[in-house]
Design a binder for this molecule. Structure first.
Ligand SMILES: [Zn+2]
Length: 274
């Protein structure tokens, strides 16, 4: 599943490749992917609009189309490809945006879990997923004063708390495993057992891990490869996720499930607190 660094990498590539282009038309082959409008309205609002900017909130990509914003979530397998108009349609291409310059942007998704919402610019702040999303590690609001009291009220595993997008946005499974290793926190530590010092480390290492991953174009794991020819090189930097030996103490890395998610940690470096 693409995580924040992959989505950020896709955003930067798309901005470079399709920023400023004008959409002549759009074909929607899987209508259920467009969530908030019927397809005819969706097409009508998008036609002849120019992509002014592409931004990102958490794992949502935002295409700014003059007065409208197209919100795209890649979910498990979504990717974008830029192809010439004449290139044959792949069976996994479910939306095709035709630009006035003869190129196309194709949304490719083998699982069809990806979603599109088209909203008026002025309604962005009330768009539910965005409204409910907590700040990202890089945001100014992400401080010990913000995060510590929230964690103090929760008894769930710190791993699950950090995956909760309402608390902290954009930190997915791979990166939470890495952050907890760097903090020396056992993934099953109850959230309220985190001290202020731990919270400070969580913020610091979240920023560091994400920054490094973005710099390297994200992490390529299993079926996910970033579109547009970007290869994630962060995998080489992973310390515990999918690893067998701890890089610090050389103990074997443990693999467990926390909240149903594959969790890797070092028993020795990440001691459990009760
Ligand atoms: Zn270790």
């Amino acid at each position: 599943m693409p995580e924040l660094p992959e989505v950020e990498t896709v955003r930067r590539s798309l901005k470079r490749l399709v920023g400023g282009k004008t959409i002549r038309d759009v074909d929607v082959f899987v209508p259920k992917m467009v969530r908030n409008l019927d397809v005819s309205k969706f097409r009508q609002h998008i036609e002849n609009k120019t992509i002014i900017d592409i931004s990102r909130i958490g794992k949502y990509l935002l295409f700014h189309l003059e007065d409208w914003i197209l919100v795209s979530h890649l979910r498990m397998e979504g990717r974008y490809f830029i192809k010439h108009l004449d290139e044959a349609k792949d069976k996994h291409e479910h939306l095709i945006f035709y630009f006035t310059d003869g190129t196309t942007m194709r949304y490719h998704d083998t699982r069809k879990f990806g979603t599109f919402d088209l909203i008026k610019q002025e309604n962005l702040s009330s768009f539910e997923p965005v409204q409910k999303m907590g700040p990202e590690p890089f945001d100014q609001e992400m401080t010990v004063d913000y995060l510590y009291p929230i964690l103090k009220r929760k008894t769930i595993a710190i791993k699950s708390a950090l995956l909760d997008q309402h608390i902290i946005a954009g930190l997915g499974n791979i990166y939470v495993n890495e952050v907890l290793f760097l903090c020396g926190l056992h993934p099953e530590t109850p959230s309220h057992k985190c001290r202020k010092k731990d919270v400070k480390n969580i913020i610091k290492y979240s920023q560091e891990v994400l920054e490094e991953a973005i710099k390297r174009g994200g992490t390529t794991i299993r079926s996910y490869t970033s579109s547009l020819g970007v290869t994630g090189r962060f995998q080489q930097q992973l310390k515990v996720h999918t690893k067998e030996v701890c890089p610090t103490c050389e103990s074997p890395i443990e693999k467990i499930k926390v909240g149903g998610r594959g969790t890797y940690y070092c028993k020795k470096c990440q001691k459990k607190r009760y």
